[in-house]
Design a protein around this ligand. Structure first.
Ligand code: SF4
Ligand code: SF4
Ligand code: FES
Length: 250
């Protein structure tokens, strides 16, 4: 016999602040291969058209459906109800601005952090559209691709104790993004340039290293390695600055 799932879902619309935030219960019969994406859509279609949540790809690619599922940030489209108990509590991701109910604005946060970390290739080379494409070693390209797999879902940021305490903390996603440019040979920034961006309490030195970020990342990015890489690199850069060296370290 199919299970009856009881969903307790956070409800609040910042457009109507006079209505207090509350938890609302919905009961749904579980179907085969049901995901939270399917469950939430059925709730919205069959019970409550006002329920707000975000989805786009349904395949773990767009990063839009991040939410706190029974206390743990995750992607709703990737979460099968058979892996959950019958009582399911859904909350919006903390840290990000609430749009309404389970919908948050991750886009503004990522844009701000990527501006802050200058997440683009810095080069003095003038672009020549007639030139042949530059080759890159396969190993380097694969290492960059590995870090570029982030779907900007925000789960790592929501799970991060430092990000929840301080608004200016870059979080694992933005630090991972910096690490991606550090290993990109097209980027001409040196260690001191990167130190100016992430060598602070709002950057790598604010990270407590408890790695909730890596635990919850639905794309299994090697965040632990990248945080350790940046911490070591920025620590060495700080020491080297005593001797006035600006060489890149590896
Ligand atoms: S390891 Fe650092 S970035 Fe990751 S959750 Fe902990 S404090 Fe946040
Ligand atoms: S690093 Fe992982 S958890 Fe963080 S935003 Fe990217 S995909 Fe999501
Ligand atoms: S809907 Fe795109 S990641 Fe879930």
């Amino acid at each position: 016999m199919a299970r009856l799932l009881k969903f307790n879902i956070f409800r609040f619309n910042p457009q109507t602040p006079e209505v207090e935030p509350r938890m609302q219960e919905y009961v749904l019969e579980e179907t085969e291969a049901m995901t939270l994406f399917i469950a939430l859509n059925r709730i919205r279609e069959e019970m409550d058209a006002s329920l707000m949540f975000d989805f786009c790809c349904r395949a773990g690619i767009c990063g839009a459906c991040g939410m706190v599922i029974n206390g743990r940030p995750g992607l709703a489209c990737h979460t099968k109800t058979k892996d959950l108990p019958t009582d399911v509590t859904l909350l919006p991701l903390p840290v990000f601005k609430l749009v309404g109910d389970l919908s948050v604005d991750t886009g503004s946060w990522f844009r701000e952090m990527y501006n802050k970390t200058e997440s683009w290739i810095h080069t003095t080379k003038v672009f020549d559209d007639a030139a042949e494409e530059e080759r890159m070693e396969n190993e380097v390209a694969e290492a960059i691709y590995e870090l570029d797999r982030c779907v900007e879902c925000g789960c790592c940021v929501s799970a991060c104790g430092t990000a929840r305490l301080r608004d200016d903390f870059m979080g694992a996603a933005a630090l991972n993004r910096v690490a991606r440019f550090v290993i990109d040979p097209r980027d001409q920034r040196d260690d001191k340039d990167y130190y100016d961006i992430v060598g602070t309490d709002s950057g790598i030195f604010g990270c407590m290293g408890l790695l909730a970020c890596e635990d919850v990342c639905p794309k299994h990015l090697p965040l632990q390695d990248q945080l350790a890489f940046l911490r070591r690199k920025m620590g060495i850069t700080a020491l080297k600055s005593l001797f006035g060296s600006k060489k890149k370290t590896c």
